[in-house]
Design a protein around this ligand. Structure first.
Ligand code: RIB
Ligand code: CA
Length: 313
């Protein structure tokens, strides 16, 4: 039976590849909706970009919703320096045929979950957690219907990528992250610790480009743009392909390994706001609230991605 999922994202080239991977796998993943949030670029662009990705994947009937245009408390920080002005630099921008639904993303999440069976729907956030946190706050009863949350965010062994001590999604909305990590549900965390092990190399991007369909060509072109910033920053060939790790885990958990940990979010200190404090060795004795993914078979990850991209025409 296919996994019912809601993807909450801030496209972003890596979010876009996560969407392509999910859209390529209808037998395993039933996408109930794509909700969008301000993050890499402002909301008006992230929602448009999600719809452009649906058009390119010829999935124009996919339900796309716009959510929160700013974090719960702190000011919005965006990442045009990484993703370009459009958020998905590397491909041409066009007016998408995929429609934007009228309902607010938070209301879509609440309405979908409140009528759903117990433990029946997986949430897949790949951006700041504002929409997810506000849905939980608006109607805590939805927690009963959420099977698990598979999210991209955080860092422990890796340094921060927005501040010295915080990963982008956690830093942009640390208060939302706190709500989510305290909600009591199973959380699978794809942090920088693992996403920095799935690097887009010239060879891997070349293999994607050689597939030759519209989705693989868009993917290759976006990754060429996306890789330039991190390649320079980290001095490596390629960039960590963050967000698709969430979908890849849903498609093949055996590619990944991790450890149950207690994870807490810093929401007070201006210096370390958004830091994920991971008690990896259980020294503080708090109950584990997350599975902290540490390792990945990166060749297996790219084999999966490339094989799924081949499915498009
Ligand atoms: O830190 C990486 C994360 O921040 C990814 O989700 C990327 O898309 C940005 O949102
Ligand atoms: Ca993202």
């Amino acid at each position: 039976m296919s996994e019912k999922i809601i993807i909450d994202c801030d496209p972003g080239q890596d979010d876009a590849v996560a969407l392509f991977l999910a859209l390529s796998s209808p037998d395993e993943l039933e996408i109930l909706g794509i909700t969008t949030v301000a993050g890499n670029v402002p909301l008006k662009l992230t929602e448009r970009n999600a719809r452009i990705i649906c058009d390119i994947a010829d999935s124009k009937k996919t339900q796309v919703f716009a959510g929160c245009s700013r974090p719960m408390i702190v000011d919005l920080m965006t990442a045009e320096n990484v993703h370009g002005k459009t958020g998905i630099d590397g491909i041409d921008i066009f007016k998408p045929m995929t429609l934007l639904k009228e309902l607010h993303a938070v209301d879509f999440i609440v309405e979908t979950l409140k009528d759903a069976k117990t433990d029946s729907i997986t949430l897949v956030p790949t951006g700041p957690l504002t929409n997810i946190a506000l849905a939980i706050i608006k109607d805590p009863s939805i927690l009963n219907s959420i099977k698990q949350i598979v999210l991209m965010g955080g860092a422990m062994r890796e340094a921060g990528n927005l501040s010295a001590s915080a990963e982008f999604n956690m830093r942009v909305d640390p208060h939302a992250a706190k709500v989510v990590f305290e909600c009591g549900l199973p959380i699978i965390v794809m942090s920088l610790d693992v996403t920095h092990k799935v690097l887009t190399s010239r060879e891997r991007v070349g293999e994607i480009e050689s597939i030759g369909n519209s989705v693989s060509t868009a993917t290759a072109n976006m990754l060429k743009f996306f890789a330039r910033y991190d390649s320079e920053k980290y001095g490596i060939d390629g960039a960590p392909l963050h967000d698709p790790c969430t979908i890849a885990w849903l498609l093949n958990q055996d590619l990944f390994s991790g450890k149950e940990c207690n994870v807490r979010i810093e929401t007070e200190s201006p210096l370390t706001l958004g830091h994920t404090s991971v008690d990896f060795w259980g020294v503080e004795g708090n109950i584990p609230n997350a599975t902290w993914i540490q390792d990945v078979d990166d060749d297996g990850f790219y084999d999966l991605l490339i094989n799924r991209l081949r499915r498009f025409y």
